[in-house]
Design a protein around this ligand. Sequence first.
Ligand code: APR
Length: 231
Amino acid sequence: MRIVILSGAGLSAESGLGTFRDVGGIWQKYDLEDVATPEGYARDPALVHQFYNARRANCLQASPNAAHHALADLQQSGLAEVTLVTQNIDDLLERAGARDVVHMHGELRRALCASCGHRWDAPDTMSPDTACPACGATRARPDIVWFGEIPYHMDRIAEALEGADLFVAIGTSGAVYPAAGFVQEARAQGVRTLELNLDPSETSALFDDTRLGPATEIVPAWVAELRRARA
Ligand code: APR
């Protein structure tokens, strides 16, 4: 059995990392045009670094929760071939033991040179003075996919969806494309679809099944059910 799992900010919410669009979410505190677009970075790179430095610090303090562990355990169980695609830029799935996580919106722990394209492990704190270890330019940015940029690994994700038996979306509002369109791609190919979320998302109606509740409860429960069904 092949399962493709798409996760969003709701997966890491109970680890203390903020979501974007819920009440009190990150996009109510910051203007995304300022901190999550190439134009914002060109205008004020110091502000952009400050924003992501704070998020990197939160991430370093956070620990994977029961939902991250359940997904990593499922992947390692050999019960199914599991592709973990995430919109999250934290590394909590990896710290729970997951392998080969597909970070379609980039990663906080990586840096990218806007001058030569070199990528390297990001220091805990970045600034407009951070120099690229390859070319020396001081145009380092966090390796994050911003609004207006093309998400990473789209070919790999399309391939995984094509051969899947089940597509599961966890903790994502379905507001940001192309990720929000994966459920339609899956359906078009006859793949069963399941949504696990706190509240119904913008795309809930498109899923075959939806289960509502906090990720730390409903994700381990779903994984346990799958294990029983395939035992
Ligand atoms: N358990 C499960 N789901 C939760 C929980 C929880 N404890 N807490 C919140 N949620 C759900 C919310 O109901 C919402 O549907 O998680 C979803 C979070 O939605 P968003 O904040 O929009 O996050 P996400 O879907 O990951 O955003 C997509 O938008 O700004 C960009 O690049 C950013 O990757 C991000 C993308």
